[in-house]
Design a protein around this ligand. Sequence first.
Ligand code: AMP
Length: 172
Amino acid sequence: MEYVKSKIRDVQDFPQQGVLFKDLTTAFKDPRALHIIGWDLSQLYRDKGVTKVVGIESRGFIGGSILAFELGAGFVPVRKPGKLPADTLKATYDKEYGKDTIEIHRDAITEDDIVVLHDDVLATGGTMAAAYNLVKSMNPKKIYINFIIELTSLNGRANLPADAEVTSLLKY
Ligand code: AMP
C-alpha cells in the first residue's frame, strides 16, 4: 500500500478553493499500483458470495469493474441523471462541493443479490449514502460498502448507515 500511496497525486483547490483532491489517475496509470489496488480490493470480499459490484460514476467504475471481475460478480453502474437508457430509481443529495443526483436501473439488483457498493474516495459520504439508499430500496440480501481512499477528517462514515460494513484500502 505504501507503493500505491506514493502514486496518488494531491491536487490543491480542485475542483474548487479549499478542496485537497486525491487524484487516483496517477495510481491507475501505474501497472503495479493498479494491480495492487485490484488485488487488495478483491481480498476484502473473497468468500462473501458477492454477486454484484455497484460502481459510482465515474471514478467508481474503475476499481468497481476490476473488483467485479476478480470476484466473478456482475457490474452495475450508478450514473448521473439522464445517462441510463431504461427505467431508473433516482436520489438527490449534498456533496463536499455542491448538490447532485444519481440514478440506477430499476432492474439492476434483485433480492438474491449480495452487493458491494464501490467508489474511489469517501469524502462527506453523501454520494455513497444516496447510492446505498437506492440499492437498499431494491432489497438485496446484503450490502457492503467499499472505497479505495477514506478522508477521515471529513468523518464521512457518520453519514453512512450504522449497520453497513465499510472498508477502505487507504486512510488519510
Ligand atoms: P462525498 O459524497 O462527499 O463522499 O464525495 C464523494 C465523491 O466525490 C467521490 O466520487 C469522490 O470521487 C469525489 N470526491 C470528493 N472529495 C474528494 C477529494 N477530496 N478527493 C478526491 N475525490 C473527491
